[in-house]
Design a protein. Structure first.
Length: 330
């Protein structure tokens, strides 16, 4: 197995969901890397603002790391974000049963109605930053075949105060939720792995997880080994209908200094035989090490699909060999 197998829909098709999937599961083989996560997102595209909020539980270890980052435009460091407050090694009590997650930094996530309505709040008077948004589901969860991970398209509305500046939030974003699988933190001698989402209103959204297509001559070709599996997982939701992506090809351009994504270009086909070509550019981005053996470039993408504009998240994981070897080339 590779270090990205946990991010794959290896069984194909869709799984099933129940309301309890909103809450803490605490299941899986009792290994140190057993992982359970919640991820919430919203953005203010006209101001190039993105918010990444996360809760990561290690059930076997009994620890939680969680928090949020809010950034405007392109940042060179996570500490350059307008707001970064992510705490490591917290006790399980902050999560409870998962219905009302409350962190010491004031971040709170309440499941108002499971799988339908979540409320996210945060208040930091010193940094003049506060969040009060409601995430309401556009459709039912998009469950992987193993019934251990779902994404869900949400309509997010509310208010953001960022370093004293006030913004209205009204966007479509994709959250995700996972449990019961080990997430290895060992080194992976592979090129970057990219997970993206995009929404074009209530009638169309997508998600793809993949490496660059080596046939499209990525900058790492001839320097890094080609992964055995390029495309891991993906879906589209077309007017409420969930469809699995059955093949995908993408190429990402990156900055020459920190190797952060600049643009993404995706072509993929769904299980109904419909094809899509979607291009995106990063309008906000920061760098964060979700765990110490990786760098993750997190950002807001402005997508173009046949003249329509949409927005979504880009998360690209890079490991030591890639960054080292590309730095040597530079």
């Amino acid at each position: 197995m590779s270090d990205t197998d946990w991010n794959s829909n290896l069984g194909g098709g869709f799984g099933s969901h129940v309301p309890q999937d909103e809450y803490y599961h605490g299941v899986g083989d009792p290994v140190d890397t057993l992982t359970e996560t919640w991820y919430w997102n919203f953005h203010v595209p006209e101001a190039a603002i993105n918010c990444f909020a996360y809760c990561w539980v290690h059930p076997t270890l009994g620890t939680v790391s969680s928090g949020l980052m809010i950034f405007k435009g392109i940042k060179q460091s996570h500490l350059a974000c307008e707001l970064f407050d992510y705490r490591d090694y917290m006790a399980m009590t902050v999560v409870g049963d998962g219905s009302d997650i409350q962190l010491p930094n004031s971040m709170r996530v309440q499941a108002i109605k499971p799988l339908e309505h979540v409320r996210l709040t945060f208040d930091d008077p010193v940094r003049e930053t506060s969040v009060a948004v409601d995430l309401r589901a556009i459709g039912v969860p998009i469950m992987r075949a193993n019934n251990k991970h779902f994404e869900q398209v949400m309509h997010v509305t509310g208010d953001l105060v960022l370093r004293g500046e006030r913004y209205k939030v009204d966007c479509h974003a994709v959250r995700d939720r996972s449990w019961g699988e080990a997430r290895p933190e060992n080194h992976n001698p592979a090129p970057p792995y990219t997970w993206v989402t995009g929404a074009f209103g209530e009638d169309f959204a997508f998600n793809v997880g993949s490496h660059d297509d080596p046939d499209r001559n990525p900058e790492w070709k001839g320097i890094m080994p080609v992964p055995t599996r390029i495309f891991n997982d993906g879906w589209v939701v077309v007017k409420g209908e969930q469809r699995r992506i059955r093949n995908a090809s993408k190429i990402t351009t990156r900055t020459p200094d920190q190797f952060g994504p600049i643009t993404h270009d995706y072509s993929f086909e769904d299980d109904r035989g419909e094809t899509y070509h979607i291009r995106g550019k990063l309008v906000a981005q920061t760098i964060w090490g979700g765990w110490s053996n990786i760098t993750c470039h997190i950002g807001l993408v402005e997508w173009d699909w046949d003249g329509r504009t949409g927005y979504g998240e880009s998360q690209e994981v890079q490991w030591n060999d890639y960054v080292y070897k590309m730095s040597q080339q530079r």
